[in-house]
Structures are given as structure tokens and as C-alpha cells.
Design a protein around this ligand. Structure first.
Ligand code: IMP
Ligand code: MG
Length: 179
């Protein structure tokens, strides 16, 4: 049913699963002997994070933050508001911030500073997708699934007006959907 709204598939379910297993194996090697705390940025990261943590063979735990940027439309205003804060202390912990997509970078650069101020042992960023062409904040991800072109994409957690998060692949909507 949802498929009728999709113009083009960017990353198939199989490509996503393969990439997630690769990143999970890399994190397992990099954090050997440590127990990282994954902090997911809601809502977009929850599908990726659910798959990723099952690809990580370490003692680890998870927490979530929810943020929104002030303003409306598809471009961010640069100001970030915290709607749901951390439930655990991050002091002394190895934090891996999990995002669906790094776009302007405003959200993650704010969150990274926010967490760094709370004395973690380390902070790294893991994003499934990266749109480097649109970067405004000085930030880079330590783990990147795919670089993607400057198009608005949906699926595998990513939404358009809260819909399409449940697509098992990532694609672009037909232009009439956005109209
Ligand atoms: P930024 O890096 O602060 O600009 O914001 C990143 C957030 O914008 C992501 O977590 C997504 O929620 C949203 N976003 C950016 N690009 C897309 C897209 O192509 N599709 C769906 N959501 C997007
Ligand atoms: Mg979103």
C-alpha cells in the first residue's frame, strides 16, 4: 500500500541490514572490554538503533533523548529544544549518539556539547545517513552508514509529516505527496 507513494528506492532493506551489521561489528571491535551507552535521538533513530544494538556483541545499555528545532518548515532555525532528557547519568560513560540522518548538523552538535558538559568518558556519533552537502554546524560522525544526496527521504525510521517511518527501506516520495 505505502509503496504506491514511493518514487525511487535509495537503499533496499537488504542493503540497510548489511550496513547495520558492518557498523555493529566495527563498534564491537572498537569498544571491546567497555560497556557503551547508546543514546538514540527520537524519533527517527529508533528503527536503526533497534537493529544496530542487535548487531553489537557487548554489554551495553540504551537511553533516548527527544529534541525539536524551533521554527517550522523543512529547514532548521538553529535553536534546539529538549523535549525528553536523558534518564541515566552519562558521567564516566562511553556514549554513542545514534541518529537517523546528519543534515545541517545543528541537532547533533547541540546534543554532543550537551552530553560533553556532563563529563562522559567519551562521546562518538553514529548516523545511518549523512548529507554532507547541507552541513552548517562543524560536526562529523565517527560511524556513517551511507552518504546520501540532498533529497528528502523517508523510511526505516525517517518520516514525512510523521508517516512512512515503518517502510522497511529508504526512498523518495512522489512529488505529488509533498504538494
Ligand atoms: P539537522 O542535522 O539538525 O539538520 O537535523 C537532522 C534531523 O532532521 C534528522 O534527525 C531528521 O529528523 C530530519 N531530517 C533531515 N533530513 C531528512 C530527510 O531527508 N528525511 C526525513 N527527515 C530528515
Ligand atoms: Mg524527523
Amino acid at each position: 500500500m505505502l509503496e504506491k507513494d514511493i518514487d525511487r528506492v535509495f537503499f533496499s532493506g537488504e542493503e540497510l541490514q548489511n550496513k547495520v551489521r558492518e557498523i555493529g561489528a566495527q563498534i564491537t571491535r572498537d569498544y571491546e572490554g567497555r560497556d557503551p551507552l547508546f543514546v538514540g535521538v527520537l524519533k527517527g533513530s529508533f528503527v536503526f538503533m533497534a537493529d544496530l544494538m542487535r548487531a553489537v556483541d557487548l554489554y551495553c545499555d540504551i537511553d533516548f533523548m527527544a529534541v525539536s528545532s524551533y521554527g517550522s518548515g523543512t529547514t532548521t532555525t538553529g535553536a534546539v529544544k529538549i523535549n525528553k532528557d536523558l534518564s541515566y547519568s552519562v558521567e564516566g560513560r562511553h556514549i554513542i549518539l545514534i541518529e537517523d540522518i546528519l543534515d545541517s548538523g545543528v541537532t547533533l552538535s547541540y546534543l554532543k556539547k550537551y552530553i560533553e558538559a556532563r563529563k562522559p568518558a567519551s562521546v562518538r556519533i553514529c548516523t545511518l545517513l549523512d548529507k554532507p552537502a547541507r552541513r552548517r554546524a562543524d560536526i562529523h560522525a565517527d560511524y556513517v552508514g551511507f552518504e546520501c544526496p540532498d533529497a528528502f527521504i523517508v523510511g526505516y525510521g525517517l518520516d514525512y509529516a510523521e508517516r512512512y517511518r515503518n517502510l522497511p527501506y529508504i526512498g523518495v516520495l512522489k512529488s505529488e505527496i509533498y504538494a
